[in-house]
Design a protein around this ligand. Structure first.
Ligand code: GLU
Length: 487
């Protein structure tokens, strides 16, 4: 029988990094085993669950490429079954009705917190036989609590934590059905996991303390108890639980920041797991092959944004051709994207050439899109610091160089190659009695509007003679207008 796992987010927030990592581990285990990955939306917290969050979670999963085989199943749809099972436990004497009012319980809790744990059971015992049924039939509000066995040890096997045990004496009789008739988390999860025939529950270790309760509920209901794997929390670099303070925590934000979904998946996989080799950059297929719960650690994982950027750069470099171009163009304004596409269709190798050039230095798609602008836009802005440094320190000289470059390169148009352009530029620098750098800096600024770019000859080739010459002329004109204004 094939392995069945599930991811069960509560739609009370976006798909955050921790949830996404849990989803990914489930997905990897399912795909590796040829099993079934079920998506269950735990929407029983009606007040805090919203449709917007459900959509955001589905979108986040889709972006990450974590396709599910069944669902989304909504937990709310199973409420009748949850209720019936609570009543079944009641009928079998494994649960009892608790008529304690919230006010009463609060008062006891204040007086004696220890007693508050046992109080509902004491009260139940003091009720005469049949009295509870009578009061319930009379419509008196009450919760249903599960009888925790006394003096027992609950044992379960956890794929990360090994054999784990809890003493039942430390656990209160848990409410399984609230006074308003709504099932609690622990009952709903147990009921649903059994209904969906889940074999292995992979989730955050913040649920470790719920597990003995769930194991006992499974046993009381006669279910096969699933296996568990509690994966470690994710902390920020400061050792605190990951939160907004550490930057984006919703995976959708990373999509917006130009992080590639492959890089995010790779990064998430390494939060708490490692392949045990030196290899860090891994594709989905490689992850599916290498993943193993046995190599998931108990210790909290640390979220390192630098590492995400680095991985993104690595995945970016693996991306090429149309896959890369489509992503980059999607981030440009319509007119620029149209212009890029036009150019691409006229010279099919052009886009590959430019993108290869830019991606070698970029860490995100956004950065590539930003750097692509000068190659497709009609006009560019000049970065003020670079203007001060490379044009306006000696504006006459800069204009002179740009004019001379324009003239010289306009003649070389027939053979617009890196080698030939370099030859021309170096010869011109020698003629003008300056080092090549003195021509290159003002030229770069004229071409791309800033002081950094890929190699200048590659930039010239990527831009093409027409646009490059126009840029050089525009740069010279710009400097001249400044000289005029200042004189
Ligand atoms: N809805 C729970 C959560 O988001 C799921 C816990 C579980 O996987 O059992 O934490």
């Amino acid at each position: 029988m094939s392995l069945r796992v599930r991811f069960a987010p509560s739609p009370t927030g976006y798909l955050h990094v921790g949830g996404a990592r849990t989803a990914l581990f489930n997905w990897l285990v399912a795909r590796q085993a040829g099993g079934t990955f079920v998506l269950r939306i735990e929407d029983t917290d009606r007040d805090r669950s919203t449709k917007e969050m459900v959509d955001a979670i589905l979108e986040g999963m889709e972006w990450l490429g974590l396709d599910w085989d069944e669902g989304p199943v909504f937990q709310g749809a199973g409420v009748d079954r949850h209720r019936a099972q609570a009543l079944q436990l009641l009928g079998e004497g494994k649960a009892y009705r608790d008529f304690t009012t919230p006010e009463e319980l609060a008062r006891i809790r204040e007086e004696d917190p220890d007693r508050a744990v046992r109080y509902p059971r004491e009260r139940f015992r003091s009720l005469s036989e049949g009295e509870a049924e009578e009061r319930a039939a009379g419509g008196e509000p009450h919760a249903i609590r599960f009888f925790m066995p006394t003096g027992e040890t609950v044992l379960f096997r956890d794929r990360v934590h090994g054999r784990t045990s809890f003493r039942t004496d430390t656990i209160e009789d848990l409410v399984i059905l609230r006074a308003d008739g709504s099932p609690t988390y622990n009952l709903a999860v147990v009921s649903d996991d059994a209904e969906m025939e889940i074999d292995l529950v992979i989730r955050g270790d913040d649920h470790l303390s719920n597990t003995p309760k769930q194991v006992l509920l499974h046993q009381a209901l006669g279910n096969k108890v699933p296996e568990f794997a509690h994966v470690p929390m994710i902390l920020g670099a400061d050792g605190k639980r990951l939160s907004k303070r550490h930057g984006a925590t919703a995976v959708g934000d990373y999509a917006d920041q130009g992080i590639l979904s492959d890089a995010m998946v790779n990064f998430l996989a390494l939060l708490g797991w490692s392949p045990g080799t030196d290899q860090e950059v891994m594709s989905r297929e490689e992850l599916i092959r290498a993943f193993s719960l046995d190599r998931v650690v108990k210790k909290s994982a640390v979220f390192d944004p630098e590492k995400l950027d680095w991985l993104n750069g690595q995945h970016l470099n693996r991306l090429s051709g149309k896959a890369l171009a489509d992503r980059v163009l999607a981030l440009l304004e319509d007119d620029l994207a149209d212009e890029a596409r036009r150019r691409w269709s006229l010279e099919p190798e052009w886009m590959d050439y430019v993108l290869d050039l830019l991606k070698a230095r970029a860490r995100s798609i956004d950065e590539i899109a930003l750097k692509l602008r000068p190659y497709v836009a009609q006009e560019i802005a000049y970065e003020p610091e670079a203007v001060k440094k490379h044009w306006m320190k000696r504006p006459e000289e800069a204009v002179g160089h740009l004019d001379a470059l324009h003239e010289r390169l306009a003649e070389g148009v027939e053979d617009w190659t890196e080698a030939r352009l370099e030859e021309e530029l170096r010869a011109l620098a020698a003629e003008r009695g300056v080092g090549a750098g003195r021509l290159i800096h003002p030229l770069r600024l004229a071409l791309v509007g800033e002081a950094v770019s890929p190699g200048i000859f590659e930039v010239l080739v990527a831009m093409g003679p027409h646009r490059a010459l126009a840029r050089i002329a525009a740069g010279a004109t710009w400097i001249r207008s400044r000289i005029d204004r200042e004189s």
